[in-house]
Ligand binder design. Structure first.
Ligand code: 13P
Length: 260
């Protein structure tokens, strides 16, 4: 049986306030993680701090993620960052289609798809976020919304390309609210996502692709969530800003990995 390695990524969003704080946070995570390899770890830092954080992570197994990018290689796109700029700043990953960009900035599945193809072409590992709003869940549209996001965001990808993509299921109502999906609710959607991937890309790819859960993941709920068969990691917002909390979530991932 194929075992997917647990992948814990932090999404710092528009935090912390200074590059010194960003470096200190990265250093504390790096020291806590050491050379442990049971769990894959990455940090998603603000674009302006990526180079500084990359230096702090030098020679560690921790990946570095941009939180967004433009699909174009270069050109007249004021304020934007390209895939090659992310690579030059030390990135291994890029978070795409986060709900704060979809809902706050009007980012569409079509734009996420263009970014995804550009990221893959450049050699970045994309983390593509999907998830329903509370209203969509309460009107029983979770599966149709998630299926639509998968169809649009992943359009035109080959199974080989899809094997390099990580998905993050982040129910919008659970982000930054302290209201986590129950393990049962999360597992149901993750299993649905995997079935959808199997139908679209084949069984083999569906077994390879990691699906992270995101939305109020904390050290005290991580083990239960990560223990679900189709939950392969976490995309952590608030709790990734405190090294001890983030390390607690990584430790939960390690325990689950050992038991898997
Ligand atoms: P919180 O962990 O703060 O709920 O944020 C989740 C998230 O949006 C990660 O991308």
């Amino acid at each position: 049986m194929l075992t997917r390695k647990i992948f814990i990524a932090g999404n710092w969003k528009m935090n912390p306030g200074t590059s010194e704080q960003a470096k200190a946070l990265a250093k504390a995570v790096r020291e806590g993680v050491g050379s442990a390899s049971e769990v894959e770890v990455a940090l998603g830092a603000p674009a302006i701090f990526l180079s500084a954080v990359s230096e702090s992570l030098n020679d560690s197994p921790i990946g570095l993620a941009g939180q967004n990018m433009h699909w174009a290689k270069d050109g007249a796109y004021t304020g934007e960052t390209s895939a090659s700029m992310l690579l030059d700043s030390g990135c291994t990953h890029v978070i795409l289609g986060h709900s704060e960009r979809r809902h706050g900035m009007g980012e569409t599945d079509e734009q996420v798809n263009r970014k995804l193809k550009s990221a893959l072409e450049a050699g970045l590992y994309p983390i593509v976020c999907i998830g329903e709003t509370l209203e969509e869940r309460e009107s029983d549209r979770t599966e149709s919304v998630v299926a639509g996001q998968l169809t649009g965001s992943l359009a035109g990808l080959s199974p080989e390309e899809m094997n390099k993509v990580v998905l993050a299921y982040e129910p919008v109502w659970a982000i930054g609210t302290g209201r986590t999906a129950t393990p049962g609710q999360a597992q149901d959607v993750h299993a649905f996502i995997r079935r959808t991937l199997a139908a679209r890309f084949g069984e083999k790819t569906a077994l390879i692709v990691k699906i992270q859960y995101g939305g109020s993941v904390k050290p005290d709920n991580a083990e239960e969530l990560l223990g679900c068969p189709d939950i392969d990691g976490a995309l952590v917002g608030g709790a990734s800003l405190k090294a001890s909390d983030f390390l607690g979530i990584i430790e939960a991932g390690r325990k689950v990995s050992v038991a898997r």
